[in-house]
Write a protein that binds this ligand. Structure first.
Ligand code: SAM
Ligand code: SF4
Ligand code: SF4
Length: 377
């Protein structure tokens, strides 16, 4: 009997641009089809995580049967560093390590050291940051700093211990994450940012306690609108608490003043705590709202994302990524990979958040097939 062949097609892979004989990437910063420069590369270093946040890796989907990627499928540190070097040569100034939980990737300090040695065309060091659930930070913060990490962002969705233990899905105590934040500050991974994903009816009662806790502490708290990333979290618009409502709620407790963006393409809208004189008091610090659902900021989105297995995604909501690992492992020269990067970025037209409102719900759902834990935040 003839063997049945099952074609293994990864629907997350987009065809690479056809190589053009002798084509070279233009020198310097790349711009996409909408004129947006490439500035920020988010690198997901593992698909694994020790948490099971309900909105990201629900237990029912990411259980004991889940097929994690084998180690050989992950980009090696040398492969990641090579890709990052080519991105940095073409305008990237910020490298953010993410996952899954990036601190679970063995030897992450070695990777950080390699990335910290890269230089922009102007001779500067790219900024190296990391987003973590904070569970391993208390013991790793100093080593990460020593390796060359500049800053960390810690995700924390509640201060109330039982609520946090429930939300992270693995009964992890809030005190250990707070200890991680303190260790990061002590190690100089500053300014530390804390990201809170707000789900209406789940943890919105923690907005004020979180603001009270971090106000004047040197840590910048940012409230993130719950996003419709991926297909596993059962997202519904009713669960989104708009950033404007968060600010209105905080205003009833603490006077806040709008602050100017610090950089083009910044995702957070910034608000400063006012002091007794009615002006922003830097000692009290600031909060931010990341309104990816209600206030699309695609217009100056300068971010690319590299998955742990080497696929390049041009948007958090892109259904498909470009398989750079294939180019790396086929033994292509730097110039060929750079030409591919340039063709990919120059063809970029993504602006999912801007389109979301005008898309029929079915079409929007069909577009979001890639999970947050695969391409990071
Ligand atoms: N494990 C690390 C962590 O939790 O910080 C890094 C990876 S995690 C995917 C990156 C960020 O994405 C976290 O701040 C997380 O809260 C956020 N995130 C995950 N799913 C989300 C969703 N559906 N909407 C908004 N933010 C989300
Ligand atoms: Fe893990 Fe981060 Fe996703 Fe939570 S948000 S499940 S910590 S990857
Ligand atoms: Fe950028 Fe895509 Fe988010 Fe728009 S939807 S801001 S293009 S990642």
């Amino acid at each position: 009997m003839a063997e049945r062949l099952i074609a293994l097609v990864d629907h997350r892979t987009a065809p690479l641009p056809a190589p053009q004989a002798g084509s070279r990437a233009p020198a310097g910063t790349l711009r996409d089809a909408r004129g947006r420069p490439l500035r920020d590369l988010r690198i997901s270093v593992t698909d694994r995580c020790n948490f099971r946040c309900n909105y990201c890796m629900p237990k029912e989907v990411f259980g004991s049967e889940y097929a994690w990627l084998p180690h050989g499928a992950l980009l090696s540190f040398e492969e990641i560093t090579r890709v990052a070097r080519l991105f940095v040569a073409h305008g990237v100034k910020k490298l953010r390590l993410t996952g899954g939980e990036p601190l679970l990737r063995k030897g992450i300090e070695t990777l950080i050291g390699q990335l910290a040695a890269l230089r922009t065309p102007g001779g500067g060091k790219p900024e190296i940051t990391l987003t973590t659930n904070g569970s391993l930070l208390a013991r790793m913060a100093q080593a990460l700093k020593n390796a060359g990490l500049d800053r960390v962002t810690v995700s924390l969705d509640a201060l109330q211990d039982d609520m946090f233990r429930h939300m992270n899905g693995v009964d992890f105590p809030v005190a250990e994450v707070l200890a991680g934040i303190a260790a990061a500050r002590q190690a100089g991974l500053t300014p530390v940012k804390v990201n809170m994903v707000v789900q209406r009816g789940v943890n919105d009662g923690q907005i004020v306690p979180m603001a009270e806790h971090f106000r004047g502490s040197g840590v910048t708290l940012r409230f993130i609108e719950y996003m419709d990333v991926g297909a596993t979290n059962g997202w519904r618009m009713e669960q989104v608490l708009p950033g404007a409502e968060v600010i209105a709620l905080l205003q009833t407790r603490f006077p806040l003043l709008p602050l100017d963006p610090t950089a083009p393409g910044e995702t957070a809208e910034r608000w400063g705590y006012a002091g007794a004189d009615g002006r922003h008091d830097p000692a009290l610090g600031e909060v931010g709202v990341i309104q990816s659902v209600t206030q699309a900021f695609c217009g100056d989105c300068n971010r690319a994302r590299l998955s742990m297995d080497g696929k390049l995604f041009l948007c958090l909501f892109a259904g498909q990524g470009y398989d750079l690992r294939a180019l790396l492992r086929e033994g292509r020269e730097d110039a060929e990979i750079e030409a591919a990067l340039a063709a990919i970025w120059q063809g970029r037209n993504d602006r999912y958040s801007e389109l979301r409102a005008s898309l029929p719900p079915e079409a929007a759902r069909a577009m979001r097939r890639v999970e947050m834990s695969y391409i990071g935040g």
